[in-house]
Design a protein. Structure first.
Length: 191
């Protein structure tokens, strides 16, 4: 019995691909030129009867294609929530103040607001100023109470208690009908 392979051209609204299903069941995505080379035939090639088992191969190719498209969509929507080293350093420094035994509730809430503003990148210089305060403390040792006072003076320069300005009004985006990928053409041949 001959070993059969199938190449299917599958596409949706944003992507298309040639998927090559080998006789061993493995799949490979091909470029257009690689596909053209595989389809190349000579006049001595004979006609082969249509194989009934090509539909499961194409179904598998279609599923792989759809999964790749979904993975690409998910990749586009991922938000990078990692902080840079300066932001992390400032956040750790602010965390240390929240553990002081003599900190008031107002000071603690101001620090929490500052940490949230740093995480959101609300004020570009906030993390820089906090790190500058930390570096100055490393050179000249200062009592924690005085350092807390300096931190509060630094933080009240920023409008942390004011709500964030609203971005542009949200305009509803038109709903685009999601179409499933379609198998445009497939061809089975002996491998």
């Amino acid at each position: 019995m001959q070993q059969l392979a199938t190449i299917a051209f599958i596409r949706d609204q944003k992507r298309d691909a040639f998927l090559y299903a080998r006789s061993d069941g493995s799949l490979e995505e091909l470029t257009f030129l690689e596909t053209a080379k595989r389809f190349q035939c000579v006049p001595t090639n004979g006609l082969y009867p249509c194989m009934r088992n090509t539909t499961p191969r194409c179904s598998r190719q279609w599923i792989v294609f759809r999964n790749q498209v979904e993975a690409e969509k998910a990749q586009d929507k991922k938000v990078d929530i990692t902080q840079g080293p300066n932001e992390k350093k400032a956040l750790v420094y602010l965390d240390a103040f929240t553990n002081l035994p003599f900190i008031s509730d107002e000071e603690k809430s101001l620090i929490v607001l500052a940490k949230e503003a740093i995480r959101k990148g609300r004020f570009q210089n906030l993390q820089r100023d906090v790190n500058k305060l930390q570096r100055s403390q490393a050179k000249v040792k200062v009592q924690p109470a005085i350092l807390l006072e300096k931190l509060v003076q630094l933080l009240i320069k920023y409008p942390l208690t004011q709500p964030e300005p609203a971005d542009e009004p949200v305009v509803p985006t038109p709903v685009i009908a999601v179409t499933e990928p379609a198998i445009i053409i497939s061809e089975s041949f002996s491998a």
